[in-house]
Design a protein around this ligand. Sequence first.
Ligand SMILES: Cc1cc2nc3c(=O)[nH]c(=O)nc-3n(C[C@H](O)[C@H](O)[C@H](O)COP(=O)(O)OP(=O)(O)OC[C@H]3O[C@@H](n4cnc5c(N)ncnc54)[C@H](O)[C@@H]3O)c2cc1C
Length: 283
Amino acid sequence: MKILYNYPLSKYNTIHLGGNAKKIMFPENINDIQSILKSNKKNLIIIGNGSNIAFKDNNYNGCVIILKYFNRNKIIIENNSVIVGAGVTCSKLAKFLFKNKVNGFEFLHGIPGTIGGSMFMNAGAFKNEIWDKIDEFKMINKFGNIRLYKRNQIKISYRKTFAPVNSYFVEARFKLRLTNNFDKNLLSLYAHQRQTTQPVNQWSSGCIFKNPSSHMSASNLIEKAGLKSFKIGGIYISKKHSNYFINDGTGKCSELIALIDLVKRKIKKECGINLEKEIRIIG
Ligand SMILES: Cc1cc2nc3c(=O)[nH]c(=O)nc-3n(C[C@H](O)[C@H](O)[C@H](O)COP(=O)(O)OP(=O)(O)OC[C@H]3O[C@@H](n4cnc5c(N)ncnc54)[C@H](O)[C@@H]3O)c2cc1C
């Protein structure tokens, strides 16, 4: 298992922010993660691909566990369902099922996270959410014990999972809807929509705020408040999609937090709406 010491966390989140961590560990299987949980009890942070988080600028005096290599190739089709390891990327699963002529998972293509992180965030796009597809899942707790849960044993809401504390997703079983009318255009259609509406190749963490409701988007509110392209230090609001904040390569997490606060205050003052953060700032 790869372990790094006193290493920049900015390398492990897609907006590239954060100080150094004392220790970063990359478990690849259940044995690795069980031995980590046994010997590192305090100051643990567990992430996937870091595509919905930013680390604070200060150094982190604990252990960061990155699950992007955890069972990252485990995709097993079995009886109208597919079993997937937490470290598999959303795009990999979407492409795999698409190649096997299974529709319904194209929305995951282009979400740059792991299955585990996407379960925690209840990631979604194009009117689909990951938890709509899950039948059962496994979690590991802080003692290293693994438990199988049914879908109805967990409460889910928009971009939020009420998961048991100090437990982490290690696997999911997704139900497959097999059909004779396979739509071969959906994957490229969604990819094209992402490319044209989102700054996909820049340093961001996806949407900063949750949408206040299904018919009111945070990006629209930010745009109407005249904040498009507004910049604090090295962090600015994308011109292409106002709910994406971009690091120009010199940004700091303190500047991201300042920009988030400014946007929240302006939207509250002008529209009376409390924007809720989707991004998680940790460290
Ligand atoms: C360009 C871009 C486009 C995006 N598009 C979308 C989109 O269309 N829809 C959408 O919903 N999101 C989108 N996102 C946000 C992000 O990709 C998703 O939220 C993704 O699901 C996060 O997965 P991750 O592995 O990167 O999680 P991380 O960012 O690493 O972690 C997110 C949270 O989950 C926790 N976590 C991670 N893994 C586990 C685990 N195995 N068990 C328990 N907790 C865990 C972490 O502690 C953290 O609190 C986008 C981001 C970018 C940069």
